[in-house]
Design a protein around this ligand. Structure first.
Ligand code: KE4
Length: 428
């Protein structure tokens, strides 16, 4: 596979951008080789700078629920563009997007639009601390909530992959307010809550983890968190930046029927343009400036182009009959097909999947938390990643990321992927 143009672009980028990329996981550091520079994408496919075509299972890390450059998305953004790119003043479209989110996400009565998942989670934590008057938060090892200081304490995703669990630059005085518990282990949360009684503002959790690879909640885990938060006066925050609108129209909270106090959103609500959001009960959200004293702001919050994309995305979700059934069908067909050649060859593996997000772990053990995820054979994953790339399949360049299937991943696309997989496995 020719990658000379990507190589040249990467070396040029590295002269002016740290590591040559604008987000660490894109650098292919944990899978080896150099990143491919993308020229264009459509449907389930990417094309790189050298003209190589790939079936894409990253989907911009989640937003592309209907595939890339969907004609309705292109038309919606093009139409909005003609009226201007940003006003720094309210627009009716932002209200319509907020109304759509309130209508679709069960626990959200009021919502603030921001520009990224990080802004959403950072703001949600500040709001929870203000609402409860408490400073500490609980997160889970291996979960990633963006790069705000309070979260880079044994974060998952890029930080986990880069082997820098605690990022330099996070003040010790702040880090001590973040307690790290074990995902799928209610006892660890019980102990933390008892040990810091009355001082924990919130528990923030990925209701289905995507950032240590895909790790589903064990039965009862989310409901147990709800009960513990109620008992200890802590707010429950579902970080649905990845799962929101991915697992159901109302996200994981609809699928698992557990209502958080606050929800953070991103990715799909912008359809690939920069949109994040945080929302919840009116009583809590009513504290956000200018309605209340909790300050949070953003020049481009509610940006007209991003909002136009988001409105079209949520409209397509509401209109597409059987969308989640089709995504479940594609997910099942793919992951069952992935397992068979690996089993035949005696290669230990586990596949965790919830709907259209999944991860193939090279490990004999069940992957239920940060520790068991950490036992995966990342070197073997790197080899597999490169073999699949050489066969035209673009997987997430890290063992600790979820892969995503879109509505554009037809049976034919899944079939081509499985043929590449069988050939790649023969080389492992
Ligand atoms: P952003 O700030 O990257 O928009 O969102 C942060 C975030 C928050 N919460 C969850 C559950 C997330 O998955 C993310 C971001 N996800 C990663 C992919 N695992 C973004 C990819 C990247 O960092 O380049």
């Amino acid at each position: 596979m020719k990658t000379t143009r990507s190589g040249k672009l990467f070396r040029r980028a590295a002269r002016v951008i740290p590591g040559g990329v604008n987000s660490p996981v894109r650098a292919f550091r944990s899978v080896g080789g150099e990143p491919l520079f993308i020229a264009r994408a459509r449907g389930a496919r990417l094309r790189d700078a050298d003209g190589n075509d790939f079936i894409d299972f990253v989907g911009s890390w989640g937003p592309m629920l209907f595939g890339h450059a969907h004609p309705r998305m292109v038309a919606a953004v093009r139409k909005a563009l003609r009226s201007g790119t940003s006003f720094g003043a309210p627009t009716g479209a932002e209200t319509r997007l907020a109304e759509a989110i309130v209508a679709m996400v069960p626990s959200v009565e009021s919502v603030r639009l921001v520009n990224s998942g990080t802004e959403a989670t950072m703001s949600a934590i500040r709001l929870a601390r203000a609402f409860t008057g408490r400073d500490k938060i609980i997160k889970f090892a291996g979960c990633y909530h963006g790069h705000a200081d309070s979260f880079l304490i044994r974060a998952g995703s890029g930080a986990l992959t880069l082997g820098i669990p605690d990022s330099p630059g996070v003040p010790r005085d702040l880090a001590r307010h973040t307690l790290t518990c074990r995902y799928n282990d209610l006892g660890s949360v019980r102990r933390a809550a008892a040990g810091h009684r009355g001082r924990i503002a919130a528990v923030i959790v990925e209701p289905v983890v995507g950032n240590m690879g895909c790790v589903p909640p064990e039965p009862g885990f989310l409901r147990g968190l709800r009960r513990l938060c109620d008992r200890h006066g802590m707010l429950l925050i579902f970080d649905e930046v990845m799962t929101g609108f991915r697992l159901a129209p109302g996200g994981a909270q609809e699928k698992y029927r557990v209502r958080p106090d606050l929800t953070t959103l991103g990715k799909i609500i912008g359809g690939g343009l920069p949109v994040g959001a945080y929302g919840g009960r009116k009583k809590i959200m009513g504290m956000v400036a200018p309605a209340g004293p909790v300050y949070q702001a953003g020049t481009l919050s509610g940006n007209p182009l991003a909002v136009a994309a988001g409105l079209e995305m949520l409209a397509m979700i509401r209109e597409r009959q059987g969308l989640y059934i089709a995504l479940e069908h594609a997910g099942r067909a793919l992951t069952e097909g992935l397992s068979e050649p690996l089993t035949k060859k005696g290669i230990p593996h586990r596949i965790n999947r919830v709907g259209s997000m999944f991860t193939l772990f090279f490990t004999p053990d069940r992957v239920v938390d940060f520790e068991s995820a950490g036992r995966a054979d990342t070197a073997l994953f790197g080899k597999y990643f490169r073999e699949m790339l050489a066969r035209g399949v673009y997987l997430p360049p890290s063992q600790y990321e979820a892969a995503f299937i879109s509505a554009a991943h037809t049976d034919g696309v899944i079939g081509r992927t499985l043929r590449a997989h069988r050939s790649a496995v023969a080389r492992l």
